[in-house]
Design a protein around this ligand. Structure first.
Ligand code: HEM
Length: 422
């Protein structure tokens, strides 16, 4: 069966839509359906702060239950930071701000044993094991093994239609099948993996059922993929001894990478493509000169990052932006508003890819900066390049309602309806 036929057979459109519907159940605990524009209240908080007591959701009018980094944590005090200087300093300071909520002495849950929730030396030792697979010069490895074939097959399956909702038919499967492919997970199993990593722990059995046998098979015979990198990796402990990762450690890594790799980039692809469709002069310029796409993607990440807020646990009493914050508090770091700080960017609310490139917090910063950022950039640019090449006259569907961005802790479009000339 060709990849394109396999995609058509196994990627059930209704299930895909359900799993990637920001307004549906899957995203409910991340406030996916929240419709208010978060930027005006965020700007007000930065101007009247830059640090406030409270949680970003309720501070901007979202009062639903939320499960995200640093949430819900009902027994801790909560604070939020909104300007670039504070947010940037906090993510670089792992002495005063920790990524771990783990209470010493208690058993670590699977998600707690991932690098996202580790600190200091331990974080460095484990992150270093996979970092070589994510450096810029590995982008071609990702593109040639998994991204390009998925992008081409998906376009093959829509090209005759002349119209599509790119969000679900095109963007959602690309990062999902890329990260699943790198873990040896087949196309028929990919949607089960997505369901498992978004189930707030409920789908762990199915996750183990799929990933455990792959670990065993790669231990017996490694292949040219990420799961083989993990099973062969040797961690150096504090006392200098070296040891291959245990199955549980590989599973912890796998869970984080499969969740983060499949959950973010499709939304950022939609945000970037919508920005181009709504700024047709930029779509034209990119069509003429593909080297401009890199700047467009970075500007999209600055202007509208799909994950606007992450959190840290406060280790020592600190004073930030004139506000005293006690040890034990959760500090929410609002990357999205930091990225619109007028102290760093002129006309920060405008999408303007011609502005000088400077670092932003769309992928975070400091030791936890997104490990998958070069993969994400490669996925977005391969996808948009292919759309421009293969769908002539690509434009927003004038007959469809204008798509709106929604979401509190995870943000994106519910649809990206387009037409092209057949
Ligand atoms: C546009 C897409 C993406 C965005 C906006 C994004 C955003 C982020 C952010 C803001 C962080 C930092 C979290 C913190 O400081 O606590 C992060 C961490 C991380 N991301 Fe991404 N991400 C994206 C794509 C990916 C992809 C494709 C992968 C995997 C292939 C990935 C894997 C990770 C991992 C493993 C971490 C934890 C790193 C660590 O703690 O050392 N991300 N991401």
């Amino acid at each position: 069966m060709s990849e394109s036929e396999e995609l058509r057979t196994h990627l059930d459109p209704a299930r895909l839509r359900e799993l990637f519907d920001l307004k549906g159940n899957v995203y409910a605990t991340r406030g996916g359906a929240f419709e208010e524009d978060i930027y005006p209240p965020f700007a007000h908080l930065r101007e009247t702060g830059p640090v406030h007591e409270g949680i970003p959701g309720p501070l901007v009018g979202f009062h639903g239950a939320a499960v995200f980094q640093g949430l819900p944590e009902p027994d801790r005090p909560h604070y939020s930071a909104f300007d670039f200087a504070t947010c940037d300093a906090v993510v670089r300071d792992s002495t005063n701000f920790s990524s771990s909520s783990h209470v010493p002495g208690s058993e670590e849950a699977l998600h707690e044993s991932s690098i996202l929730n580790m600190d200091g030396e331990r974080h460095h030792r484990y992150r270093t094991l996979v970092q070589p697979s994510f450096v810029p010069k590995k982008a071609q490895w990702w593109i040639q093994n998994w991204v390009q074939v998925t992008v081409d097959s998906l376009i093959d399956s829509i090209t005759d239609a002349g119209a599509a909702d790119l969000n679900v038919e095109f963007f959602a499967p690309i990062p999902l099948l890329t990260i699943c492919g790198s873990f040896g997970v087949t196309i028929p199993e990919a949607l089960d993996i997505r369901a498992a990593v978004t189930s707030d722990g409920l789908g762990l059995d199915r996750f183990m059922q799929i990933v455990h046998p792959i670990i065993a098979s790669r231990r017996a015979e490694p292949a040219d993929d990420l799961i083989s990198v993990l099973v062969e990796a040797e961690v150096t402990h504090e006392d200098g001894t070296r040891q291959v990762l245990s199955d549980n450690e590989v599973l912890g890594f796998a869970f984080l990478l499969l969740a983060a790799g499949s959950g973010t980039t499709w939304k950022q692809m939609g945000i970037t493509m919508m920005a181009l469709l709504q700024h047709p002069e930029w779509l034209e310029r990119v069509r003429e000169d593909r080297s401009l796409l890199r700047g467009v993607i970075e500007e999209g990440l600055r202007w509208m990052p799909t994950d606007p807020v992450f959190a840290r646990y406060v280790v020592n009493d600190v004073t930030l932006g004139g506000v005293d914050i006690p040890a034990g508090a959760v500090l929410h770091v609002c990357f999205a508003e930091a990225n619109r700080d007028p102290a760093r960017w002129e006309r920060p609310d405008e999408f303007d890819p011609s502005r000088p490139l400077q670092s932003h917090l769309g992928f975070g910063g400091g030791p936890h900066i997104c490990i998958g950022m070069h993969v994400a950039r490669a996925e977005i640019s391969t996808a948009i390049d292919a759309l421009i090449d293969r769908l002539p006259g690509l434009r927003l569907d004038p007959d469809a309602p204008i798509p709106q961005i929604t979401g509190m802790y995870e943000r994106g479009y519910s649809s990206v309806p387009v037409r092209w000339d057949r």
